[in-house]
Design a protein around this ligand. Structure first.
Ligand SMILES: [Zn+2]
Ligand SMILES: [Zn+2]
Length: 282
């Protein structure tokens, strides 16, 4: 059973670069992977059970939009299915999923009341189940190998909502340098670094800077989050965003306070439009 390269070889999720495994001859790597899989089952990141990975003969566009499929090397079949895609009806602006499952997309009450800086936000899935475990494992437990499948899921979501040529710059939401040093990587950058983008769209890793450390947003309400994060970001490459359509990328969107602050800084610098893409919507 040979595993098919999904076009992301070498995106081993460590910012500083590529592993030596890439130097392996074309057929040896998948063959060794198949033998290793047969001899050594994987341990599910979700439930901790041992399981055998199922080789996917062919990965199509639909499977790339399925968190269960892209994470199937890391989660057992039972855990892989425990996730929910973001589907309509949702808020046309902030992407919030409405509890009612009938009707079409429309603005939620908050967006009607206070439209905010970014134009629209979209996410691959609801911040729950396997997707939540995978994001937390990447961020807090250092499972950087998950950046590859999660990055593919995010890229499929990007292609679903933004046509080719609709975005000029992709900017990962930055961490404060102290948190970056402690973590060793910015998960938002890891998610986009291997994207197979067309020439006109570029990833600008340091477009924004987090100019002061902000306490974790967890446990704060919407108003507290907004004041906690206000003026926390500045544009480090002044003028680069002028006239550009920018996509901000992050792992999770909760109240939107962080991306609002980023979008406000970019618009102030002259950005034409700021959109937001995250893996998950809380
Ligand atoms: Zn499991
Ligand atoms: Zn909304």
């Amino acid at each position: 059973m040979l595993r098919v390269c999904r076009g992301y070889c070498g995106a081993d999720a460590v910012e500083r670069g590529i592993t030596g495994a890439e130097a392996m001859p074309f057929l040896v790597k998948p063959l060794l992977a198949a033998i290793a899989n047969a001899l050594f089952p994987a341990r599910c990141i979700g439930c901790g059970q041992l399981f055998r990975r199922q080789a996917l003969a062919k990965v199509d566009g639909n499977q790339e939009q399925d968190a269960g499929c892209v994470l199937s090397d890391y989660f057992c079949p039972a855990c892989s299915g425990q996730w929910s895609a973001v589907t309509s009806p949702l808020c046309s602006r902030c992407g919030m999923v409405f509890k009612s499952r009938v009707g079409s997309d429309h603005f939620c009450g908050r967006c009607l009341e206070r439209p905010g800086a970014f134009t629209r936000a979209r996410a691959a899935g609801v911040y729950d189940g396997t997707l939540r475990i995978a994001i937390q494992a990447l961020k807090f437990r250092g499972h950087t190998r998950l950046a590859n499948p999660l990055g593919r899921l995010l890229f499929a979501t990007y292609r679903r909502y933004w046509p080719v040529g609709d975005i000029d710059l992709i900017a990962p939401v930055p961490l404060h340098r102290r948190r970056f040093r402690r973590r060793g990587f910015n998960q938002a950058f890891l998610l986009v670094k291997a994207w197979p983008l067309s020439d006109e769209t570029v990833v600008v890793r340091d477009l924004l800077t987090r100019n002061r450390p902000t306490p974790p947003q967890t446990g704060l309400d919407r108003r507290q989050r907004r004041s906690n994060i206000k003026n926390a970001f500045c544009v480090s490459r002044t003028g680069e965003s002028t006239g550009k359509r920018i996509l901000l990328v992050d792992d999770v969107l909760t109240t939107g306070a962080t991306v609002e602050a980023c979008a406000a800084a970019l618009l102030k610098d002259g950005a034409r439009r700021v959109d937001v893409l995250t893996l998950a919507r809380a």
